[in-house]
Design a protein around this ligand. Sequence first.
Ligand code: NAD
Length: 354
Amino acid sequence: MTGAAGFIGSAVARRLRSLGLGRVVSLDALTYAGDVSRLEPAGGEPGHRFVHLDVRDEDAVLELLRVERPRTVLHLAAETHVDRSIDGPEAFIQSNVVGALRLLEAVRAYLADASDAERSAFRLVNVSTDEVYGSLGPEGRFTETTPFAPRSPYSASKAGADHLMSAYAETFGLPIVTTHASNNYGPYQFPEKLIPLALGRALRGESVPLYGTGDNVRDWLHVDDHADGIIAAALRGRPGEAYLIGGGNERSNRDVLNALMDLVDELAPAGREHRELIELVADRPGHDFRYAVDTSKAKADLGWRPAVPFERGLRETVAWYLAHREWLASVTKGRYALERLGTAQGPNASGGLA
Ligand code: NAD
Protein backbone atom coordinates (compact mmCIF):
# COMPACT_ATOMS: atom_id res chain seq x y z
CA MET A 1 0.00 0.00 0.00
CA THR A 2 1.32 3.43 -0.94
CA GLY A 3 0.47 6.45 1.23
CA ALA A 4 -0.13 4.07 4.11
CA ALA A 5 0.89 6.54 6.84
CA GLY A 6 -1.88 8.90 5.76
CA PHE A 7 -5.41 9.24 7.10
CA ILE A 8 -7.12 6.71 4.81
CA GLY A 9 -4.16 4.38 4.18
CA SER A 10 -3.69 3.81 7.90
CA ALA A 11 -7.43 3.09 8.28
CA VAL A 12 -7.10 0.47 5.50
CA ALA A 13 -4.04 -1.05 7.25
CA ARG A 14 -5.91 -1.26 10.56
CA ARG A 15 -8.91 -2.79 8.78
CA LEU A 16 -6.80 -5.36 6.93
CA ARG A 17 -5.25 -6.38 10.23
CA SER A 18 -8.61 -6.75 11.99
CA LEU A 19 -9.93 -8.81 9.06
CA GLY A 20 -6.78 -10.96 9.08
CA LEU A 21 -6.34 -10.39 5.36
CA GLY A 22 -2.67 -11.27 5.08
CA ARG A 23 0.64 -9.44 5.29
CA VAL A 24 0.66 -5.69 4.55
CA VAL A 25 3.68 -3.78 3.27
CA SER A 26 3.22 -0.04 3.83
CA LEU A 27 5.13 2.53 1.84
CA ASP A 28 5.06 6.26 2.53
CA ALA A 29 7.31 9.28 1.86
CA LEU A 30 6.19 10.84 5.18
CA THR A 31 5.37 14.32 3.94
CA TYR A 32 3.88 16.83 6.40
CA ALA A 33 0.64 14.76 6.13
CA GLY A 34 2.20 11.36 6.84
CA ASP A 35 2.52 10.06 10.39
CA VAL A 36 3.69 6.56 11.27
CA SER A 37 1.95 6.60 14.66
CA ARG A 38 -1.31 6.10 12.75
CA LEU A 39 0.01 2.65 11.82
CA GLU A 40 0.78 1.51 15.36
CA PRO A 41 -2.62 -0.23 15.72
CA ALA A 42 -1.86 -2.07 12.46
CA GLY A 43 0.99 -3.90 14.24
CA GLY A 44 4.54 -4.72 13.19
CA GLU A 45 6.43 -7.63 11.64
CA PRO A 46 5.64 -10.26 10.52
CA GLY A 47 2.10 -9.13 9.62
CA HIS A 48 2.99 -5.55 8.79
CA ARG A 49 6.13 -3.88 7.41
CA PHE A 50 6.64 -0.12 6.99
CA VAL A 51 9.04 1.21 4.34
CA HIS A 52 9.95 4.91 4.17
CA LEU A 53 9.89 5.49 0.42
CA ASP A 54 8.77 8.00 -2.18
CA VAL A 55 6.46 6.39 -4.73
CA ARG A 56 8.38 8.29 -7.44
CA ASP A 57 11.47 6.19 -6.67
CA GLU A 58 10.68 3.68 -9.39
CA ASP A 59 13.76 1.48 -8.90
CA ALA A 60 13.17 1.13 -5.16
CA VAL A 61 9.45 0.42 -5.68
CA LEU A 62 10.27 -2.25 -8.27
CA GLU A 63 12.81 -3.80 -5.91
CA LEU A 64 10.20 -3.85 -3.13
CA LEU A 65 7.66 -5.51 -5.45
CA ARG A 66 10.22 -8.16 -6.43
CA VAL A 67 11.05 -8.91 -2.79
CA GLU A 68 7.53 -8.86 -1.36
CA ARG A 69 5.64 -10.21 -4.43
CA PRO A 70 2.27 -8.69 -3.41
CA ARG A 71 -1.00 -9.97 -4.77
CA THR A 72 -2.50 -6.50 -4.54
CA VAL A 73 -1.14 -2.95 -4.67
CA LEU A 74 -3.36 -0.29 -3.11
CA HIS A 75 -2.29 3.13 -4.36
CA LEU A 76 -3.20 5.97 -2.00
CA ALA A 77 -0.01 8.09 -1.92
CA ALA A 78 -0.93 11.64 -2.91
CA GLU A 79 -0.93 15.28 -1.98
CA THR A 80 -4.55 15.69 -0.91
CA HIS A 81 -5.48 19.14 0.34
CA VAL A 82 -7.26 21.35 -2.22
CA ASP A 83 -6.23 24.55 -0.43
CA ARG A 84 -2.54 23.59 -0.57
CA SER A 85 -2.93 22.82 -4.29
CA ILE A 86 -4.04 26.42 -4.78
CA ASP A 87 -0.99 27.72 -2.92
CA GLY A 88 1.46 25.36 -4.64
CA PRO A 89 0.32 23.04 -7.47
CA GLU A 90 3.80 21.66 -8.25
CA ALA A 91 3.92 19.12 -5.40
CA PHE A 92 0.54 17.79 -6.57
CA ILE A 93 1.77 17.15 -10.09
CA GLN A 94 4.90 15.51 -8.69
CA SER A 95 3.32 13.11 -6.20
CA ASN A 96 -0.02 12.52 -7.89
CA VAL A 97 0.81 12.46 -11.63
CA VAL A 98 4.54 11.62 -11.74
CA GLY A 99 4.03 9.32 -8.73
CA ALA A 100 1.30 7.40 -10.59
CA LEU A 101 3.48 7.10 -13.69
CA ARG A 102 6.48 5.76 -11.74
CA LEU A 103 4.30 3.27 -9.87
CA LEU A 104 2.72 2.08 -13.13
CA GLU A 105 6.15 1.58 -14.68
CA ALA A 106 7.35 -0.36 -11.62
CA VAL A 107 4.23 -2.56 -11.67
CA ARG A 108 4.59 -3.14 -15.41
CA ALA A 109 8.20 -4.27 -14.99
CA TYR A 110 7.29 -6.45 -12.00
CA LEU A 111 4.46 -8.22 -13.84
CA ALA A 112 6.62 -8.76 -16.92
CA ASP A 113 8.83 -11.15 -14.86
CA ALA A 114 6.08 -12.57 -12.63
CA SER A 115 4.71 -16.09 -12.99
CA ASP A 116 1.40 -16.64 -14.82
CA ALA A 117 -0.31 -17.39 -11.50
CA GLU A 118 1.03 -14.18 -9.93
CA ARG A 119 0.03 -12.15 -12.97
CA SER A 120 -3.53 -13.47 -13.11
CA ALA A 121 -4.11 -12.93 -9.35
CA PHE A 122 -2.59 -9.42 -9.32
CA ARG A 123 -4.67 -6.23 -8.90
CA LEU A 124 -3.69 -2.56 -8.67
CA VAL A 125 -6.33 -0.48 -6.90
CA ASN A 126 -6.12 3.20 -7.81
CA VAL A 127 -7.74 5.23 -5.03
CA SER A 128 -9.20 8.40 -6.52
CA THR A 129 -11.75 11.02 -5.62
CA ASP A 130 -15.18 12.17 -6.78
CA GLU A 131 -13.62 15.63 -7.22
CA VAL A 132 -12.34 14.62 -10.68
CA TYR A 133 -15.93 14.98 -11.95
CA GLY A 134 -16.09 18.69 -11.13
CA SER A 135 -18.96 20.51 -9.48
CA LEU A 136 -22.70 19.75 -9.41
CA GLY A 137 -25.65 22.12 -9.10
CA PRO A 138 -28.39 21.41 -6.57
CA GLU A 139 -29.61 18.30 -8.45
CA GLY A 140 -28.13 15.08 -9.86
CA ARG A 141 -25.27 12.77 -8.95
CA PHE A 142 -22.00 11.65 -10.48
CA THR A 143 -21.88 8.17 -12.00
CA GLU A 144 -18.91 6.16 -13.28
CA THR A 145 -19.59 7.52 -16.80
CA THR A 146 -19.68 11.21 -15.86
CA PRO A 147 -16.92 12.95 -17.87
CA PHE A 148 -13.99 14.28 -15.87
CA ALA A 149 -14.12 18.06 -15.34
CA PRO A 150 -11.62 18.87 -12.57
CA ARG A 151 -11.56 22.47 -11.33
CA SER A 152 -8.73 22.59 -8.76
CA PRO A 153 -5.05 21.72 -9.17
CA TYR A 154 -5.69 18.84 -6.72
CA SER A 155 -8.55 17.31 -8.71
CA ALA A 156 -6.71 17.94 -12.00
CA SER A 157 -3.70 16.03 -10.68
CA LYS A 158 -5.91 13.15 -9.53
CA ALA A 159 -7.67 13.10 -12.93
CA GLY A 160 -4.23 13.05 -14.59
CA ALA A 161 -3.30 10.00 -12.51
CA ASP A 162 -6.63 8.35 -13.35
CA HIS A 163 -6.08 8.90 -17.09
CA LEU A 164 -2.63 7.30 -16.82
CA MET A 165 -4.14 4.36 -14.96
CA SER A 166 -6.79 3.85 -17.69
CA ALA A 167 -4.15 4.21 -20.39
CA TYR A 168 -1.91 1.56 -18.80
CA ALA A 169 -4.89 -0.77 -18.35
CA GLU A 170 -5.78 -0.41 -22.06
CA THR A 171 -2.31 -0.23 -23.59
CA PHE A 172 -0.37 -2.65 -21.41
CA GLY A 173 -3.23 -4.74 -20.00
CA LEU A 174 -2.48 -3.90 -16.37
CA PRO A 175 -5.29 -5.17 -14.07
CA ILE A 176 -6.34 -1.86 -12.52
CA VAL A 177 -9.49 -1.14 -10.51
CA THR A 178 -10.27 2.51 -9.68
CA THR A 179 -12.38 3.88 -6.84
CA HIS A 180 -13.74 7.44 -6.63
CA ALA A 181 -14.78 8.29 -3.10
CA SER A 182 -16.50 11.29 -1.59
CA ASN A 183 -15.31 13.39 1.39
CA ASN A 184 -13.96 11.27 4.22
CA TYR A 185 -14.06 11.97 7.94
CA GLY A 186 -13.02 10.02 11.03
CA PRO A 187 -10.10 9.46 13.43
CA TYR A 188 -6.51 10.44 12.53
CA GLN A 189 -7.38 12.99 9.80
CA PHE A 190 -4.77 15.73 9.41
CA PRO A 191 -6.28 18.89 10.95
CA GLU A 192 -6.12 20.99 7.78
CA LYS A 193 -9.38 19.37 6.61
CA LEU A 194 -12.80 20.82 7.54
CA ILE A 195 -13.88 18.67 10.50
CA PRO A 196 -10.62 18.31 12.51
CA LEU A 197 -9.65 21.92 11.69
CA ALA A 198 -12.95 23.24 13.06
CA LEU A 199 -12.67 20.96 16.07
CA GLY A 200 -9.05 21.94 16.80
CA ARG A 201 -9.82 25.64 16.58
CA ALA A 202 -13.03 25.37 18.64
CA LEU A 203 -11.17 23.53 21.40
CA ARG A 204 -8.71 26.46 21.50
CA GLY A 205 -11.60 28.95 21.62
CA GLU A 206 -10.62 30.33 18.20
CA SER A 207 -12.90 31.34 15.33
CA VAL A 208 -14.08 28.49 13.10
CA PRO A 209 -13.89 29.52 9.43
CA LEU A 210 -16.80 28.74 7.09
CA TYR A 211 -16.00 29.38 3.43
CA GLY A 212 -18.25 31.61 1.31
CA THR A 213 -21.94 31.30 2.17
CA GLY A 214 -21.51 27.92 3.89
CA ASP A 215 -23.93 26.34 1.42
CA ASN A 216 -21.42 24.07 -0.38
CA VAL A 217 -22.51 20.45 -0.13
CA ARG A 218 -20.37 17.33 0.36
CA ASP A 219 -21.35 13.67 0.74
CA TRP A 220 -19.63 12.55 3.96
CA LEU A 221 -18.15 9.07 4.10
CA HIS A 222 -16.72 7.52 7.27
CA VAL A 223 -13.11 6.49 6.69
CA ASP A 224 -13.82 2.91 7.83
CA ASP A 225 -16.57 2.64 5.19
CA HIS A 226 -14.08 3.92 2.61
CA ALA A 227 -11.50 1.37 3.79
CA ASP A 228 -14.08 -1.39 3.35
CA GLY A 229 -14.88 -0.09 -0.15
CA ILE A 230 -11.19 -0.13 -1.14
CA ILE A 231 -10.79 -3.67 0.20
CA ALA A 232 -13.98 -4.79 -1.60
CA ALA A 233 -12.64 -3.26 -4.84
CA ALA A 234 -9.37 -5.19 -4.37
CA LEU A 235 -11.15 -8.46 -3.72
CA ARG A 236 -14.12 -8.23 -6.10
CA GLY A 237 -13.53 -5.30 -8.49
CA ARG A 238 -13.26 -6.08 -12.19
CA PRO A 239 -10.04 -4.92 -13.86
CA GLY A 240 -10.66 -1.88 -16.05
CA GLU A 241 -13.70 -0.81 -14.01
CA ALA A 242 -14.28 2.20 -11.75
CA TYR A 243 -16.54 2.28 -8.69
CA LEU A 244 -18.01 5.29 -6.87
CA ILE A 245 -17.97 5.14 -3.08
CA GLY A 246 -19.95 7.55 -0.91
CA GLY A 247 -21.70 7.67 2.43
CA GLY A 248 -25.09 8.90 1.20
CA ASN A 249 -24.76 11.77 3.71
CA GLU A 250 -25.16 15.02 1.79
CA ARG A 251 -24.69 17.95 4.15
CA SER A 252 -23.88 21.62 3.65
CA ASN A 253 -20.66 22.80 5.29
CA ARG A 254 -22.78 25.03 7.52
CA ASP A 255 -24.85 22.04 8.73
CA VAL A 256 -21.69 20.02 9.39
CA LEU A 257 -20.10 22.80 11.45
CA ASN A 258 -23.31 23.45 13.40
CA ALA A 259 -23.62 19.74 14.26
CA LEU A 260 -19.93 19.63 15.17
CA MET A 261 -20.13 22.67 17.46
CA ASP A 262 -23.23 21.22 19.20
CA LEU A 263 -21.26 18.02 19.88
CA VAL A 264 -18.38 20.06 21.31
CA ASP A 265 -20.90 21.86 23.59
CA GLU A 266 -22.06 18.46 24.81
CA LEU A 267 -18.80 16.51 25.01
CA ALA A 268 -16.37 19.32 25.97
CA PRO A 269 -18.50 22.06 27.54
CA ALA A 270 -16.74 25.41 27.91
CA GLY A 271 -19.54 27.59 29.28
CA ARG A 272 -20.35 29.00 25.83
CA GLU A 273 -22.18 27.99 22.66
CA HIS A 274 -19.46 26.94 20.23
CA ARG A 275 -21.67 27.86 17.24
CA GLU A 276 -20.81 31.46 18.10
CA LEU A 277 -17.23 30.76 16.96
CA ILE A 278 -18.33 30.04 13.36
CA GLU A 279 -17.24 32.91 11.13
CA LEU A 280 -17.94 33.34 7.41
CA VAL A 281 -14.69 33.96 5.50
CA ALA A 282 -13.89 34.71 1.84
CA ASP A 283 -14.60 31.68 -0.31
CA ARG A 284 -11.97 29.25 -1.65
CA PRO A 285 -11.09 30.27 -5.23
CA GLY A 286 -12.97 27.96 -7.64
CA HIS A 287 -14.84 26.31 -4.76
CA ASP A 288 -16.90 23.38 -6.13
CA PHE A 289 -20.53 23.84 -5.08
CA ARG A 290 -21.70 20.27 -4.62
CA TYR A 291 -20.52 16.67 -4.96
CA ALA A 292 -22.84 13.65 -4.81
CA VAL A 293 -22.20 10.11 -6.00
CA ASP A 294 -24.43 7.29 -7.22
CA THR A 295 -23.03 4.21 -5.45
CA SER A 296 -25.36 1.60 -6.98
CA LYS A 297 -22.59 -0.05 -9.01
CA ALA A 298 -20.33 -0.56 -5.97
CA LYS A 299 -23.28 -1.92 -4.00
CA ALA A 300 -24.33 -4.35 -6.76
CA ASP A 301 -20.91 -5.49 -8.00
CA LEU A 302 -18.71 -5.25 -4.89
CA GLY A 303 -21.33 -6.16 -2.29
CA TRP A 304 -20.25 -3.02 -0.42
CA ARG A 305 -22.41 -0.52 1.43
CA PRO A 306 -21.67 2.17 3.99
CA ALA A 307 -22.37 1.10 7.56
CA VAL A 308 -21.75 4.25 9.62
CA PRO A 309 -24.63 6.78 9.87
CA PHE A 310 -23.26 10.34 9.77
CA GLU A 311 -24.64 11.43 13.16
CA ARG A 312 -23.07 8.43 14.93
CA GLY A 313 -19.83 8.73 12.97
CA LEU A 314 -19.50 12.44 13.75
CA ARG A 315 -20.17 11.88 17.46
CA GLU A 316 -17.58 9.08 17.62
CA THR A 317 -15.11 11.21 15.66
CA VAL A 318 -15.46 14.13 18.10
CA ALA A 319 -15.09 11.73 21.04
CA TRP A 320 -11.95 10.23 19.39
CA TYR A 321 -10.28 13.64 18.93
CA LEU A 322 -11.13 14.62 22.50
CA ALA A 323 -9.50 11.42 23.73
CA HIS A 324 -6.46 11.94 21.46
CA ARG A 325 -5.62 15.60 21.94
CA GLU A 326 -1.96 14.67 22.29
CA TRP A 327 -2.04 13.14 18.76
CA LEU A 328 -3.58 16.35 17.40
CA ALA A 329 -0.81 18.38 19.09
CA SER A 330 2.01 16.07 17.95
CA VAL A 331 0.89 15.80 14.31
CA THR A 332 0.66 19.58 13.91
CA LYS A 333 3.77 20.57 15.92
CA GLY A 334 6.16 22.50 13.69
CA ARG A 335 4.08 21.63 10.61
CA TYR A 336 0.78 23.45 10.70
CA ALA A 337 -0.77 25.96 13.12
CA LEU A 338 -4.41 25.54 11.95
CA GLU A 339 -4.11 28.73 9.87
CA ARG A 340 -6.00 29.59 6.68
CA LEU A 341 -4.55 28.08 3.49
CA GLY A 342 -5.51 28.30 -0.18
CA THR A 343 -6.19 31.98 -0.69
CA ALA A 344 -4.01 31.96 -3.83
CA GLN A 345 -1.81 34.62 -2.19
CA GLY A 346 1.46 32.79 -1.53
CA PRO A 347 3.67 31.46 -4.35
CA ASN A 348 4.43 27.75 -3.94
CA ALA A 349 3.42 27.70 -0.30
CA SER A 350 2.60 23.98 -0.23
CA GLY A 351 4.26 21.99 2.53
CA GLY A 352 4.52 18.77 0.49
CA LEU A 353 7.28 17.35 -1.70
CA ALA A 354 8.88 19.66 -4.23
P1 NAD B 1 -3.38 12.10 3.43
O1 NAD B 1 -2.87 13.42 2.96
O2 NAD B 1 -3.83 11.96 4.84
O3 NAD B 1 -2.28 10.97 3.17
C1 NAD B 1 -1.53 10.88 2.01
C2 NAD B 1 -0.28 10.09 2.34
O4 NAD B 1 0.50 9.98 1.13
C3 NAD B 1 0.62 10.76 3.37
O5 NAD B 1 0.97 9.82 4.38
C4 NAD B 1 1.83 11.22 2.59
O6 NAD B 1 3.04 11.18 3.35
C5 NAD B 1 1.86 10.20 1.45
N1 NAD B 1 2.55 10.69 0.25
C6 NAD B 1 2.38 11.88 -0.39
N2 NAD B 1 3.20 11.95 -1.45
C7 NAD B 1 3.90 10.79 -1.50
C8 NAD B 1 4.88 10.26 -2.36
N3 NAD B 1 5.36 10.97 -3.39
N4 NAD B 1 5.36 9.01 -2.12
C9 NAD B 1 4.91 8.29 -1.08
N5 NAD B 1 3.98 8.74 -0.20
C10 NAD B 1 3.49 9.98 -0.41
O7 NAD B 1 -4.54 11.74 2.43
P2 NAD B 1 -5.80 10.76 2.59
O8 NAD B 1 -6.96 11.59 2.95
O9 NAD B 1 -5.43 9.61 3.43
O10 NAD B 1 -5.99 10.30 1.07
C11 NAD B 1 -5.45 9.08 0.59
C12 NAD B 1 -5.88 8.88 -0.85
O11 NAD B 1 -7.30 8.86 -0.93
C13 NAD B 1 -5.42 10.00 -1.80
O12 NAD B 1 -5.03 9.42 -3.03
C14 NAD B 1 -6.66 10.85 -1.98
O13 NAD B 1 -6.64 11.53 -3.22
C15 NAD B 1 -7.74 9.81 -1.90
N6 NAD B 1 -9.06 10.30 -1.46
C16 NAD B 1 -9.16 11.04 -0.31
C17 NAD B 1 -10.43 11.47 0.10
C18 NAD B 1 -10.60 12.26 1.39
O14 NAD B 1 -11.69 12.73 1.66
N7 NAD B 1 -9.58 12.42 2.22
C19 NAD B 1 -11.56 11.15 -0.65
C20 NAD B 1 -11.40 10.40 -1.81
C21 NAD B 1 -10.14 9.97 -2.20
